[in-house]
Design a protein around this ligand. Structure first.
Ligand SMILES: [Fe+2]
Ligand SMILES: [Fe+2]
Length: 217
């Protein structure tokens, strides 16, 4: 048995749950870039980032079609444009550093996370998982780019990526406020959020392992 709780109460509880989850992670799992990255390491880290921006663009574009609410549709469309721009600036930076994204091998765990997002039938599942949870946490992580990469790469994050992220987080909150007005939707969003935290953790661990094996971390 459970009872419907107000949307605001639901959001507050879910945000607090996320906060507890991320606080409890060991410090090396709170970052994508544990140390300063140069040369091959920077190129590989940026290629990994490029893939996330690229595949994120594609699955988000499909989400537009699953959303009925006109305001949400447009907010998601705006995010699609942001993520496409992020992918483009990453490609350019990888090239400037002497690498190429065409030979990037996505990690199976990385692809899996996006497949799960893409498989969600209800938009509140996607928004709870990605925007409300991963992107909320990502705002902190993206700040680290400013000190972990060379000056020009840091500038790219500062100018072309980081300023867009608060809007994506806001879309998560706005979307859940609109969609999670009943018990079923709230439970769907909650479960998607819990699942996403683990899927995100799994792929970032796989990324870290591969970087270490290649002597890049
Ligand atoms: Fe992005
Ligand atoms: Fe984003």
């Amino acid at each position: 048995m459970s009872t419907v709780i107000s949307v605001e109460e639901f959001l507050k509880e879910l945000a607090a749950d996320n906060e507890r989850y991320y606080d409890a992670l060991p410090s090396e799992q709170k970052t994508y870039w544990p140390s300063r990255l140069v040369g091959e390491a920077a190129i590989e880290a940026l290629k990994t980032r490029w893939f996330n921006e690229y595949i994120g663009t594609i699955v988000l574009a499909r989400l537009i079609e699953k959303v009925e609410h006109p305001k949400l549709k447009l907010m998601i469309a705006r995010q699609v444009g942001d993520e496409a721009k992020h992918a483009q600036v990453c490609v350019r930076r990888v090239q400037q550093l002497g690498g190429r994204v065409e030979d990037y091998e996505p990690l199976p765990e990385q692809i899996h996370m996006y497949q799960v997002l893409d498989s969600y039938e209800y938009p509140e599942q996607f928004l709870a998982a990605m925007q409300f949870t991963t992107e909320h946490e990502g705002v902190r992580r993206n700040e680290q780019a400013l000190t972990r990469f060379d000056a020009d790469t840091a500038q790219m994050f500062r100018d072309a990526i980081n300023p867009d992220e608060p809007f994506h987080v806001q879309l998560g909150w706005t979307g859940l406020r609109i969609l999670c007005t009943n018990e079923e939707a709230q439970e769907r969003a909650r479960q998607a959020c819990y699942g996403q935290r683990e899927l995100h953790r799994e792929w970032t661990l796989a990324y870290r392992k591969r970087m270490k094996e290649r002597g890049l971390l």
